[in-house]
Design a protein around this ligand. Structure first.
Ligand code: GLA
Length: 506
């Protein structure tokens, strides 16, 4: 028989166990957790989790991506979840690791599977906050009328390559000043384009606002315009931009009107967050509303499509009102990246024409990781490709040699040739390639590119590039001197990772 005391202690024990169990179940991972980062904490990631014993399910909305949790291990003391999402034809996966620390969820991911864990602190937010917006079916296709802009490839500057998220009002003003004082403006560069990370939240009426880095976009536009320059901005057809800021999803007309009211002259529109809601096949339709909305503002605004060359954009870019479209993923400041992109554009030549350009991405000239000789290849190749010339360096601190590369007017004249025909590769022998661009008045631009690290002698045979006789006028556009040519061929030495760029005319 149990004594009264031990009965009491048994009851107490039981009560304690019940209380503990209650505490443990409250302290599970279930709930809506939010991490905020970026300027003004505007980049918000949501971990909407449901823990049932050893199983965690739910969704993860992280910057531009929206994942469903498909695998999980562990518990409050240390867990791992795998999120997956469909991105075009690929499945994208992310692994987050975390643990509960008091009221906080410490959670992070590794860029490489064996790399360091970058840990973030998430807090509970009400259920439903940050819920991913419902999909709006893409509109029926129709042709957006031509806006008549960009008759030659746009020239300007963009903040991303050099500044990424560190761009702000003061920097943009200084870049505009430098665009003028350096001579870039006189050389033809006109657009000052703010890339991702300027965005704030929407106000109660849904109007997009700037974040603290850009206190007054209208005043900034007025400043840029006062210098005889134009201002560009950036957004996405998705709910979020690539860096995770607010996109234009569901606000296309409203945003276009806001841009016009601010005095914006150029919009780069980046697929990013739209990948969660639409397939690549739907891109064409998804890019149409903004093309229309920009046109409807009545303000001339260049429309730049940024969707990394997916879905044969060159075939439909003009139909959504696009003036240029990216043809590849992001460029980096390296010979390999630049050369892979630049020399890979050959087949797209037929799609470029005045008002509508292939965009092999912005220039890296002057960012420091290529030699001046390699930057000359970058500039020459982009000019032969009739590519937009959007500088991506710090215009406030250019060396004389970088200025010479970016402001070589003879090369710029090739890029800006009014016939707008994109050049093509005419021969390739090992690492040596010859590219030719037809110019107005029957002239030709001729790029003798040496992709090898060693210098090489290269020979052009006039008949091979469609010339019946030796050109009477041959000019070396980097040496700024006329070249004597006699006979059926012309040979010259081209430095390693270098170019000899010629203009040939009769
Ligand atoms: C993408 C684009 C880049 C840049 C970033 C900004 O990666 O391709 O050019 O705009 O987004 O987040």
């Amino acid at each position: 028989m149990l004594s009264g005391v031990s009965m009491k202690s048994r009851w107490l024990h039981l009560l304690l166990l019940v209380l503990l169990a209650g505490l443990c179940s409250a302290a599970d991972l279930s709930g809506n957790w939010m991490v905020s980062s970026g300027t003004d904490g505007l980049v918000r990631s949501y971990f909407n989790l449901k823990q049932e014993g050893a199983r965690i399910t739910g969704t993860i909305r992280a910057t531009q991506f929206y994942y469903t949790i498909t695998e999980s291990t562990g518990d409050t003391d240390g867990f791992k979840v795998t999120g997956t999402m469909q991105d075009g034809k690929n499945q994208r996966r992310v692994v987050y690791e975390g643990k509960l620390v008091g009221e906080e969820l410490h959670i992070g991911t590794r860029r490489r599977f064996d790399g360091p864990l970058s840990e973030l602190v998430a807090h509970r937010v009400p259920a439903g906050e940050g819920a991913y917006p419902a999909r709006v079916p893409p509109p029926a296709l129709h042709k957006v009328p031509d806006n008549g802009l960009a008759k030659t490839p746009p020239m300007g500057w963009n903040s991303w390559n050099k500044f990424a998220s560190r761009v702000d009002d003061a920097t943009v003003r200084e870049i505009a000043d430098a665009m003028v004082s350096s001579g870039m403006k006189d050389a033809g560069y006109v657009y000052i384009n703010i890339d991702d990370t300027w965005e704030g939240d929407r106000d109660a009426q849904g109007n997009i606002q700037t974040n603290k880095k850009f206190p007054d976009m209208k005043a900034l536009a007025a400043y840029v315009h006062s210098k005889g320059l134009k201002l560009g901005i950036y957004s996405s057809p998705g709910p979020n931009t690539c860096a995770g800021y607010e996109g234009s999803y569901g606000h296309e007309q409203q945003d276009a009107r806001t841009y016009a009211a601010w005095g914006i002259d150029y919009l780069k529109y980046d697929w990013c967050g739209a990948r969660n809601l639409y397939t690549n096949e739907e891109m064409h339709a998804v890019y149409q509303p903004m093309g229309e909305a920009l046109l409807a503002t009545g303000r001339p605004i260049v429309y730049s499509l940024c969707q990394y060359g997916l879905s044969d954009v060159w075939k439909w870019g003009p139909e959504v009102g696009g003036n240029l479209w990216r043809t590849t993923g992001d460029i980096r400041d390296s010979w390999d990246s630049m050369a892979r992109i630049g020399f890979g554009q050959d087949e797209l030549a037929p799609w470029a024409r005045p008002g509508h350009w292939n965009d092999p991405d912005m220039l890296e000239i002057g960012n420091g990781a290529m030699t001046d000789t390699e930057y000359k290849v970058h500039m020459s190749l982009w000019s032969i490709l009739a590519a937009p010339l959007i500088a991506g360096n710090d215009l406030r601190s250019m060396t004389p040699s970088i200025k010479e590369v970016l402001m070589n007017r003879e090369v710029i004249a090739i890029d800006q040739d009014r016939e707008g025909k994109q050049g093509k590769r005419v021969s390739k022998s090992g690492d040596q390639e010859i590219w030719v661009r037809p110019l107005s008045g029957g002239a030709l631009a001729l790029g003798l590119f040496n992709r090898s690290a060693e210098s090489a002698t290269m020979t052009v045979t006039w008949a091979d590039i469609g010339l019946k006789k030796t050109p009477r006028h041959l000019r070396d556009l980097w040496a700024h001197s006329n070249v004597e040519a006699h006979g059926p061929t012309y040979s010259t030495t081209v430095p390693g990772h270098g170019v000899v760029l010629l203009r040939a005319g009769q």
